[in-house]
Write a protein that binds this ligand. Structure first.
Ligand SMILES: C[S@@+](CC[C@H](N)C(=O)[O-])C[C@H]1O[C@@H](n2cnc3c(N)ncnc32)[C@H](O)[C@@H]1O
Length: 387
C-alpha cells in the first residue's frame, strides 16, 4: 500500500469526523460506509487517526501530514510508511522508550514541550506526576477484566495456550492489549466483566457488611454496584440514575451475573427527591459522580482537542449540587464514597473541601488512583463519614 493512499484515507476521516461522537463509535460507522477499505486499510487508518489525536493541540503550526508522522513515531513501536516519509532519519529509533523518542522530537522541533500533549495541565490534582501523566497519553491503555478467581485462572490458561500476551493483576483481574478480541477468545460460559483497573480499585474504599443497605446513586450500568456485590453478596442495594436507559442496561447486566435482590429507580439528583426517598437512610452511599472524564482521555484522545475548558467549572457546580443533595440520606457514622474519573482538582479535592466545610462530613481518606502508571484510567476516590 502506498503512503499517498494511506494519507488520503487519513485526511478523509479527519475531514468527516465532527467530534459529535466518540472516535471509537465513529470509525466503525465510517468503515461500514466505505466498504472498499480492506482490513489492512482500516487498521492503518485507525492507527494513524488515534496517534494523530494523541498529540492533542501540539504542533499546530505544522502541516497535518508532518504532524501525523511525528504522532505515529511517538505512539507506535513498529515501522510505518508515514514515519519513513516524514522522519526518515528516525525510522530505526521507533522502538525506543517514549521519553527517548520525545527527546529526539524535541531536538528536531525545539518549540515542542511535553506539557502541550495534555492542554489543561494547570488544572491537575497535586498528586499527579505531570510528566508521567502527559507521556501516558502517547500509549493506548489496556483493557481490564474482572472475574472470580476460578474464572480468572481458566481465562489465563486459554491465553497461555494461545500464546497471546496478557498481564495478571491480582487474583481476579487480567489486563490485555486493547486490540485483543476477548469476545472471540473467551468462551461464553466463563463469566467476566470489562472494568477498568482503577474503577476496580475504588472497591478498596467500600466496606459493606451483610444486610447493610447501600445506595449506588449514579449507577449507570452498575459497575460500582457489581463491586459492592462482589465484596458482600448479602448487601441490600438501591441503584439509581437519571437516565432510564442506564437502569435498563443495569437490569440486563445484573441478570447476566445472577443478581436479583436489588431495587432500581430513575432519580435526578439535582431535584428534591424527598417524596420518593422520605423514609430511606443508608449504611453507605457510592457517588460515582458525572465528571469531565479527564482521567480517561488516554482511551478517547480526541477529547484532548475537543474538550472545552469552561466545562470544568460547570462540572464543579453540578458536583456540588448533586453531592450536597445525597448527604441527608446517609446514616450517622456511615460512609459517602465520592468517585470521579477526573484528574482535575476542581472536581476532586475542591469538592471534598466544599463537602467538609458545608455538611456534617469528615474526610477519612482520599486518593488519586494513578492509572497512568498501569496503562489504565486515572481516577479519584474519597471516603467521608457522616458526623
Ligand atoms: C460516572 S457515571 C457512573 C458510572 C457507573 N457508576 C459505573 O461504575 O459504571 C455518572 C452517571 O451519573 C448519571 N447522572 C448524570 N446526571 C445525573 C443526575 N442529575 N442525577 C442522577 N444521575 C445523574 C449519568 O447518567 C451517569 O450514568
Amino acid at each position: 500500500m502506498k503512503v499517498e493512499h494511506q494519507i488520503r484515507t487519513f485526511e478523509s476521516i479527519l475531514k468527516a469526523y465532527k467530534h459529535d461522537m466518540p472516535l471509537h463509535r465513529f470509525l466503525p460507522n465510517y468503515y461500514k460506509q466505505h466498504k472498499k477499505m480492506g482490513s489492512s486499510d482500516r487498521r492503518w487508518a485507525s492507527r494513524y487517526v488515534y496517534s494523530y489525536f494523541r498529540l492533542g493541540t501540539s504542533f499546530q503550526s505544522l502541516d497535518h501530514v508532518e504532524k501525523l508522522g511525528i504522532a505515529d513515531f511517538l505512539c507506535n513501536e513498529t515501522d510505518s510508511l508515514i514515519v519513513a516519509k516524514v522522519l526518515p532519519e528516525l525510522t530505526a529509533q521507533q522502538s525506543l522508550s517514549k521519553i527517548e523518542k520525545v527527546n529526539l522530537i524535541k531536538a528536531k522541533y525545539p518549540d515542542f514541550e511535553l506539557s502541550q500533549l495534555f492542554p489543561l495541565s494547570g488544572y491537575l490534582s497535586p498528586g499527579i506526576d505531570q510528566q508521567e501523566f502527559q507521556l501516558s497519553h502517547l500509549t493506548q491503555p489496556d483493557v481490564f477484566i474482572a472475574s472470580t478467581e476460578k474464572n480468572s485462572s481458566e481465562i489465563e490458561e486459554i491465553f497461555i495456550d494461545l500464546g497471546i500476551h496478557y498481564r495478571r493483576i491480582g487474583k481476579t483481574t487480567l489486563a490485555f492489549p486493547n486490540s485483543t478480541k476477548l469476545e472471540m477468545l473467551i468462551p461464553k460460559n466463563i463469566a467476566y466483566r470489562i472494568q477498568d483497573l482503577s474503577s476496580q480499585t475504588t472497591a478498596d474504599f467500600m466496606d459493606p457488611k451483610p444486610f447493610e443497605y447501600w445506595w449506588d446513586c449514579c449507577a449507570a450500568s452498575g459497575g460500582k454496584s457489581l463491586l459492592l456485590h462482589q465484596k458482600e453478596p448479602k448487601i441490600q442495594l438501591l441503584v439509581s440514575d437519571n437516565r432510564e436507559s442506564m437502569i435498563n442496561n443495569l437490569n440486563s447486566r445484573f441478570a447476566e451475573f445472577g443478581i436479583k435482590k436489588y431495587q432500581a429507580k430513575v432519580l435526578d439528583l439535582l431535584l428534591n427527591n424527598d417524596q420518593i426517598l422520605h423514609n430511606y437512610v443508608f449504611d453507605g452511599i457510592v457517588l460515582d459522580i458525572p465528571c469531565t472524564g479527564s482521567g480517561t482521555w488516554g482511551r478517547t484522545p480526541e477529547m484532548l482537542t475537543s474538550f472545552e475548558e469552561r466545562k470544568i467549572e460547570q462540572f464543579n457546580q453540578l458536583q456540588k449540587s448533586i453531592s450536597g443533595n445525597v448527604v441527608k440520606y446517609l446514616k450517622i457514622g456511615k460512609p459517602l464514597i465520592y468517585i470521579t474519573c477526573s484528574v482535575f482538582k476542581k472536581e476532586n479535592e475542591d469538592i471534598i473541601q466544599y463537602l467538609v466545610e458545608n455538611f456534617p462530613l469528615k474526610l477519612e481518606q482520599m486518593q488519586t488512583i494513578k492509572g497512568y502508571t498501569e496503562k489504565a484510567d486515572s481516577m479519584f476516590v474519597a471516603r467521608l463519614i457522616k458526623q
